[in-house]
Design a binder for this molecule. Structure first.
Ligand SMILES: Cc1cc2nc3c(=O)[nH]c(=O)nc-3n(C[C@H](O)[C@H](O)[C@H](O)COP(=O)(O)O)c2cc1C
Length: 220
């Protein structure tokens, strides 16, 4: 089972988010996953230029590693998104990557895959970025198995750390179990499937303006 973790912290795996992500990954590895980490600090992704090529031809022309990461996501059974809380939201690095995923979102192309979400903050308010990321994951068609967030207590340290790490490892295991058991998360369906419906209407409306997406839906 293949799991790709995308870490949006500018500190990469050396940061506080990387520390919590390590524990989620440890749980996944123990449950049998083959993991790959993509640190956006080492593999920077440029902002979307709104050229619509993803809708028209299915390939992003911006010169960086986006298409390689996209292929890793499409080949994975599950994925993890990790971010520090930046101004009640996610980092610019992760946002730039997610904007570039607009083509995947239109096609809800990650349907059938599972996700887990990881966040850390300076002073709490962890739900806000996690709830946003869950909507994005659902918009991509995937189901979110669970989310973990915590304020830090210094670099790479947390209050009540052992209990938090236990929850993080349990989340990693849950992600693997969800893939194996093909679990359902029906509470996410109203938004997830409603979004898919909206995108189908949009692509139908745009018709020949977005030939790649029109053809993709015709083949689905
Ligand atoms: C630009 C910036 C904005 C931040 N905004 C918030 C915030 O709105 N709320 C919060 O609780 N912490 C905020 N923080 C603190 C980080 O979320 C926190 O230190 C996090 O654990 C850092 O993770 P990292 O070491 O993986 O980068 C901010 C930090 C920076 C650098």
């Amino acid at each position: 089972m293949k799991i790709v973790a995308i870490n949006g912290s500018p500190r990469g795996m050396n940061g506080t988010t990387g520390r919590l992500l390590e524990e989620v990954l440890a749980g996944a590895v123990q449950a049998g996953a083959d993991i790959e980490i993509v640190s956006l600090s080492e593999t920077p992704i440029k902002p979307c230029v709104a050229c619509d090529a993803c809708h028209k031809v299915g390939i992003c022309p911006v010169k960086d590693e986006y298409e390689t990461i996209k292929d890793k996501l499409l080949a994975a059974d599950a994925f993890i998104l990790a971010t520090p809380n930046y101004l009640l939201s996610i980092t610019a690095q992760l946002k730039a990557f997610l904007d570039r995923c607009n083509g995947l979102i239109h096609l809800t192309a990650l349907e059938g895959k599972y996700s887990a979400l990881v966040e850390t903050s300076g002073g709490g308010g962890d739900e806000e970025p996690l709830e946003y990321l869950q909507r994005i994951v659902n918009a991509m068609g995937a189901q979110n198995v669970g989310s973990i967030g915590s304020p830090g207590a210094g670099p790479r340290m947390f209050p009540d750390q052992e209990a938090l790490f236990q929850k993080a490892r349990a989340l990693g295991k849950d992600l693997c179990d969800s893939v194996r058991e093909k679990r359902s998360f029906p509470e996410q369906d109203p938004f997830r499937l409603g979004f898919k419906e909206r995108m189908s209407h949009l692509i139908g409306f745009m018709g020949e303006c977005w030939p790649y997406e029109k053809e993709y839906l015709a083949q689905r």
